[in-house]
Design a protein around this ligand. Structure first.
Ligand code: PMP
Length: 399
């Protein structure tokens, strides 16, 4: 079975060219089957019942935590907290840590290209608490300005929140080096790994970051499940956010004592099917068949960029050298929504607009781009169909 054949979406939509995997990836049958099997055959609650089926569901659920921990080389499975997704993970850090650890006048650092999920929580916290935000700019060729970053580090920020990979441009940022520099001045570091996790081998111990956040649905897993990695050395600073079942040790009329992490942040009945299906997604990403696609996708991507570069009027944003397989572009001064609509009429699914990175679009002086994002199931035919649809759209726009 070819890799593409493992994805039922393509059998249901044979004429669609799906080039929007940065928004969400399609799901392999193994992930869909895991969700189906749970609700058809195994549906009981976890961490509660003493009967056999409840123990089995709890084992499957906790095995997923073990697999995720191994996948990112966490210190222990208890470093893994289940959330709804990257947005939820980042907001959890804002409420469980930053809210009481950052104080008026403290400096925090963000990249100019952050997704709103890793920008708005910090902007609002800064407004509420009187924090100073330093933005790290991109250079003209779309690369993080490391010289400026080094200057900003001299002011000893308390907190650095940065994306591993830009969702709008696909650039892979040098977060190993940046985390090292931030830790050297005593900052706490959060990495938004939403766009990295499906493409890059993440090793949180080597990175030495405090928090690493990602979503299941961008790594071939289901929506509604995400991960927040919390390093052992920051755990004592975490306070609960939601209160209720699961996160308590003992409750009396007078007082409540809480369980340690990860339970402390996992209140109420969790997304059991989502967690179990995430295990199937990890298995898929760790399979040889998936790894074998990496070089193929990189050469498909470079071919795509080369074909775009020769079209008159196309302007590419970002760094095509160090990229997970995303190309963002505009055509002349045409509206990207018109271009998106014309591509859609020809069966091409791409994202057009600001890509939840409005401050980046402001910095680039544009309203938005057309974003093409590749994943392991894309092939040369997809790229060829996209380029010919783009040329046809341009002919129409030029009339
Ligand atoms: N950060 C980045 C870099 C992203 O690309 C996304 C999703 N587009 C998010 C955060 C938010 O992820 P989610 O919507 O799954 O919470």
């Amino acid at each position: 079975m070819s890799l593409k054949e493992q994805f039922p979406f393509f059998q249901h939509n044979p004429s669609t060219v799906y080039l929007d995997s940065a928004a969400t990836t399609q799901k392999p049958k193994s992930v869909i089957d895991a969700i189906d099997r749970f609700y058809q055959a195994d549906n009981v609650n976890v961490h509660r019942g003493s009967y056999r089926a409840a123990k089995q569901a709890t084992n499957d659920y906790e095995q997923s935590r073990i697999d995720v921990a191994k996948h990112i080389n966490a210190y222990t499975p208890s470093d893994i907290v289940w959330t709804k997704g990257t947005t939820d993970s980042i907001n959890t850090v804002a409420m469980s840590w930053a809210q009481h650890q950052l104080n008026t006048g403290d400096r925090i650092v963000l990249l100019a290209s952050e997704h709103h999920a890793n920008f708005v929580p910090w902007q609002q916290l800064a407004l509420n608490k009187g924090l100073e935000i330093d933005f790290i700019e991109l250079t003209e060729d779309g690369v993080i300005d490391l010289a400026q970053y080094a200057e900003v580090m001299k002011q000893q920020p308390k907190f650095v929140a940065m994306q591993h990979v830009s969702n709008a441009l696909g650039n892979i940022h040098p977060i190993e080096q940046m985390t090292k520099m931030a830790k050297a001045v005593g900052a706490t570091v959060l990495i938004d790994g939403a766009q990295a996790i499906a493409h890059i081998e993440v090793d949180v111990q080597a990175l030495n970051c405090d928090f690493y956040a990602f979503s299941g649905h961008k790594m071939f897993g289901p929506t509604g499940i995400g991960v927040l990695y919390i390093a052992p050395f920051i755990k004592s600073q975490i306070r609960p956010v939601q209160l209720g079942g699961e996160m308590i040790r003992r409750v009396s009329r007078q007082e409540t004592t809480f369980r340690p992490l990860p339970a402390l942040l996992e209140t109420g009945t969790p997304n059991i099917a989502g967690v179990i299906a995430l295990k199937a997604a990890i298995n898929f990403i760790e399979s040889e068949k998936y790894h074998a696609q990496h070089e193929r996708i990189q050469s498909l991507y470079h071919g795509l960029v080369a074909q775009l570069e020769i079209i008159d009027g196309i302007k590419i944003y970002g760094d095509p050298i160090n990229n997970v397989g995303v190309v963002s572009f505009t055509y002349a001064d045409e509206s990207v929504s018109d271009l998106g609509a014309l591509l859609d009429q020809q069966g091409i699914a791409v994202r057009v607009g600001h890509h939840c990175a409005m401050p980046l679009m402001d910095a680039l002086g544009i309203n938005g781009t057309v974003r093409v994002s590749l994943a392991a199931y894309n092939d040369q035919e997809d790229v060829d169909r996209f380029i010919s649809a783009l040329n046809h759209s341009i002919e129409i726009l030029d009339i």
